[in-house]
Write a protein that binds this ligand. Structure first.
Ligand code: PHE
Length: 359
C-alpha cells in the first residue's frame, strides 16, 4: 500500500495557497491515491480490510491535519506580507488634491482670534437679531442720539408692544451681553456678522466685524495701545509697522481713538508699512462709565477698553483683494485663488513648534 509520508512532506513544504490546493486535489481527489485505496478495500477479506482501513483513516487524518496547518501558515504569511506592504508613513506630506478651500473671511477671523488668543482673550459671540437695548441704548446711544442715523439699520416689523428688533449694526452688543453675564476680569474677542442698509463697491449690507473688550480694575489706555500695536504688527507680519492713535468719537467709549497703520500710496499703489501715509483700520476707546453702569458694573471699581474693526477691510488689505463684492459671489475660481488650505491653521506658536525649537 502506498506510503502517504511523501504527501505530508509536500504539504508541509508548500509555499503558496495555489500549490497547496494542487496537492490536496492530487492526494484527496476522486482519482487520488487515497480514494483509490479506499475503493480497493472492498475487495479485501474482512480481517485485512479492517487493518488496511484503519491505516488509511490514520493517513487521511494526518493529511487533513497537515493541510489545515499549512493553510493557516500560508494565510498568516500572506497577512504579514500585506501589513508590511501597507505600512503608512505618517511623516509624508499631506496631499491636498481635490480639497476645499477656507474662505479668506474665515481665515482672517481665525488669524485675529489666534493673535488675541495668545494675549489671553477668549472667544465670544452673540445673536445677529438684536434688541434695541443691546445694539444701541446700553451702548450709550439712546433713541434720539444722532449716532443712530449713521447706523443704517435693518429693522424687523414692529412687535405688539411697539418695539422693533434689528439686525445688529455692529458686534458691540456682545460687549453688553458679556458684561451682564459675567463678572470682571473680562477679556473677549468677538468676531461675527453685522448688517447695515448700505450697498456699493465698498459697502455690503452684510459684513463682518471683530470686537474686543477688556475690563479689569486697572486696565488703562496704555494697555489698549499696547494690545492694538501688537495686534497690527502680528496681523500684517511687520515688526516695524507704524501705528498711530487719532482722537475720535464713539458714544460708548471715552476717550476714543481711531487706529491708523502706516502705508505708502506711491504711484497709486497701496503698500502697508512705513511710507509716510496713513490708513485707518479700527476704532477703539476706554469703555464709557455709563456703559459699565448700564451693565451693573461699578465704574469706580472697574474700567477697561474696547475696539472694533471690519474684517473684510483688513482681509482686503492683507491679501490684496481689490473688490469687496467678490467675497460673497461664491465664485469657485476666486475661492481657489484667494482661499486657504484647510490645514493652514493660523497660530503664532506654529512656526517655532515646527522648527523643533519650542521650549
Ligand atoms: N462698534 C464700532 C463701529 O461699528 C467700532 C468700535 C467698537 C469702536 C468698540 C470703539 C470700540 O463702528
Amino acid at each position: 500500500m502506498e506510503n502517504f509520508d511523501e504527501a505530508v512532506k509536500e504539504i508541509t513544504a508548500a509555499t503558496s495557497p495555489e500549490a497547496l490546493e494542487a496537492i490536496r486535489v492530487r492526494v484527496l481527489g476522486r482519482r487520488g491515491p487515497l480514494t483509490l485505496a479506499m475503493r480497493e478495500l472492498g475487495a479485501l477479506d474482512p480481517e485485512e480490510r479492517r487493518r488496511a482501513g484503519a491505516l488509511l483513516n490514520t493517513a487521511r487524518d494526518r493529511i487533513n491535519a497537515a493541510l489545515a496547518e499549512a493553510t493557516e501558515r500560508l494565510g498568516r504569511a500572506a497577512l504579514e506580507e500585506r501589513i508590511a506592504g501597507e505600512r503608512a508613513d505618517v511623516t509624508l506630506p499631506v496631499q491636498f488634491a481635490g480639497m476645499g478651500r477656507v474662505h479668506p473671511i474665515s481665515q482672517t477671523i481665525d488669524e485675529i482670534v489666534a493673535i488675541f488668543g495668545e494675549m489671553g482673550f477668549v472667544f465670544a459671540e452673540g445673536p445677529h437679531i438684536e434688541e434695541d437695548f443691546y445694539n444701541f441704548t446700553a451702548l450709550n446711544i439712546p433713541p434720539e442720539h444722532p449716532a443712530r442715523q449713521e447706523h443704517d439699520t435693518f429693522y424687523l416689523p414692529e412687535r405688539a408692544d411697539g418695539t422693533r428688533l434689528a439686525l445688529r449694526t455692529h458686534t458691540s452688543p456682545v460687549q453688553i451681553r458679556t458684561m451682564q453675564a459675567q463678572k470682571p476680569p473680562i477679556r473677549i474677542i468677538v468676531p461675527g456678522r453685522t448688517f447695515r442698509c448700505d450697498h456699493d463697491a465698498t459697502h455690503s449690507p452684510m459684513f463682518h466685524q471683530v470686537e474686543g473688550l477688556v475690563i479689569d480694575r486697572t486696565s488703562h489706555m496704555g494697555h489698549l495701545k499696547g494690545c492694538l500695536i501688537e495686534f497690527c504688527r502680528a496681523f500684517f507680519g511687520l515688526d516695524d509697522l507704524p501705528v498711530r492713535f487719532r482722537p475720535s468719537y464713539f458714544p460708548f467709549t471715552e476717550p476714543s481713538a481711531e487706529v491708523d497703520i502706516g502705508c505708502s500710496r506711491k504711484g497709486g499703489e497701496l503698500k502697508i508699512g512705513a511710507g509716510g501715509d496713513w490708513l485707518e483700520i479700527l476704532g477703539s476707546g476706554m469703555v464709557h462709565p455709563q456703559v459699565l453702569k448700564n451693565c451693573g458694573i461699578d465704574p469706580s471699581e472697574y474700567q477697561g477698553f474696547a475696539f472694533g474693526m471690519g474684517i473684510e477691510r483688513i482681509a482686503m488689505l492683507k491679501y490684496g483683494i481689490p473688490d469687496l463684492r467678490t467675497f460673497y459671489e461664491s465664485d469657485l475660481r476666486w475661492l481657489r485663488h484667494y482661499g486657504f488650505l484647510p490645514l493652514d491653521i493660523p497660530s503664532l506658536v506654529r512656526g517655532p513648534l515646527l522648527g523643533g525649537a519650542a521650549s
